[in-house]
Write a protein that binds this ligand. Structure first.
Ligand code: UD1
Length: 354
């Protein structure tokens, strides 16, 4: 029987790319989104790319517990990929209650609905932000987590811990706590820790659609290139790195989406080695902000207007992944070159301007 995967936040940037890859891998996808941070552009793009016009789209806020329960009543959900969350680091510092309320409530509702429906397989979208500033690079999944520097980062850590605890309770108490438990076990969980997702689908039909002034580097670059922003500020050129700018592990969005298919298959095919697993999803290659900017200019034949500016508060100097666990266990590896990724990001920005 074809498995049903619920993608919460499936109309957003990462969710839409994951939906495409899941459908192309043969899964039925149910998209749930409240459209609080996106419109239907990417969902329409998903339909165009996959040629599937009847993908169920449920407009709900996952903080609405009754609505989430009704969704689980209506569909047999074999796995959930949970993206529905707020993600602006700066805003989370200004509005912590909004962030804790939204990001924790929505995840708890998904977990509780799964529990009350005989269990579920849950894939949680975590972040490399849980590692904070560290000298021991690259980071492995066993690298210690540092105290979060923002409420956003803290919600990622807390949700990882909630998932770990729910999986552990399901294992210990099984049928008594999880009535009607499924054959595969009541609850299994995977947290994927993303490094810096960038780029867009090669079709240029889906991509990142930030509201207002972008916080993240690549949308700021493409908006500057197209003329929506006057000048890119490179935050800091006095870091202790080869060219003085920060180092990050930029992961192509389609590569990242494919990691989700590998992780979901691992859960649904009963291949997990532990009931709760964590994987770094990155390339393993550090790239500086300056290198990224010059690569963008070169591959797209554009002269970008940029300047060096003060460091941005809260930025870590350098972070990149050791992705060998994901390479080995998920049989997944980042494949696309940074040039292809930056060309796709530019094609998407131009598509938006059409
Ligand atoms: C942030 C979050 C991360 C989240 C990711 C994607 C933290 C510490 N980081 O990562 O959790 O997953 O966004 O949403 O919580 N830069 C500029 N000029 C700009 C914008 C950025 O120079 O206009 C630089 C930054 O200083 C940084 C690099 O580009 O060195 C990447 O920044 P950004 O895209 O915002 O991602 P992170 O801060 O690494």
């Amino acid at each position: 029987m074809t498995k049903n995967v619920l993608v919460s936040g499936g109309a957003g940037y990462i969710g839409s790319h994951v939906t495409v890859e899941l459908i192309q891998a043969g899964y039925n996808v149910i998209v749930a989104d409240n459209l609080s941070n996106c419109d239907m552009t990417c969902f329409e793009g998903v339909k165009a790319i996959t040629g599937k016009k009847d993908i169920p789209f449920i407009k709900i806020d996952c903080c609405d517990r009754d609505a989430v329960f009704r969704l689980f009543d209506e569909y047999r959900i074999d796995a959930v990929i949970h993206f529905a969350a707020f993600k602006a680091v700066g805003e989370s510092v200004a509005e912590p209650i909004k962030y804790y309320r939204n990001n924790l409530d929505s995840f708890l509702n998904i977990l509780e609905a799964g529990k009350n429906h005989g269990g579920c397989n849950i894939l949680f979208s975590s972040s490399a932000t849980v590692y904070g500033e560290t000298d021991k690079l690259p980071v492995t999944e066993d690298s210690p987590r540092q105290s979060a520097t923002s409420p956003y980062g803290n919600t990622k850590q807390i949700c990882e811990d909630i998932l770990r605890d729910v999986v552990s309770a399901a294992k210990s108490y099984g049928e008594s706590m999880f009535p009607g438990t499924r054959k595969n076990g009541p609850v299994k969980g995977i947290a994927l820790r993303y490094f810096n997702p960038i780029g867009a689908h090669p079709s240029a039909l889906i991509g990142e659609l930030p509201r207002g002034v972008p916080n993240n580097l690549v949308p700021y670059i493409t908006q500057t290139a197209i003329g929506k922003r006057e000048c890119l500020s490179i935050f800091g050129n006095d870091y202790p790195t080869p060219d003085g700018t920060c180092l990050r592990d930029y992961i192509d969005i389609v590569d990242l989406a494919k990691a989700h298919v590998a992780a979901v298959s691992r859960m649904l095919d009963g291949k997990m080695k532990k009931d709760y697993e964590i994987f770094n999803i990155g390339t393993g290659r550090p790239v500086s902000v300056y290198e990224l900017v010059t690569a963008f200019e070169k591959v797209n034949g554009i002269k970008l207007n940029y300047k060096f500016a003060e460091r941005r508060a809260g930025d870590v100097t350098a972070i990149w992944a050791d992705p060998s666990l994901a390479n080995r266990e998920l049989k997944w590896a980042a494949e696309r070159s940074i040039e292809d990724t930056l060309a796709a990001a530019w094609a998407w920005e131009k598509h938006l301007a059409e």
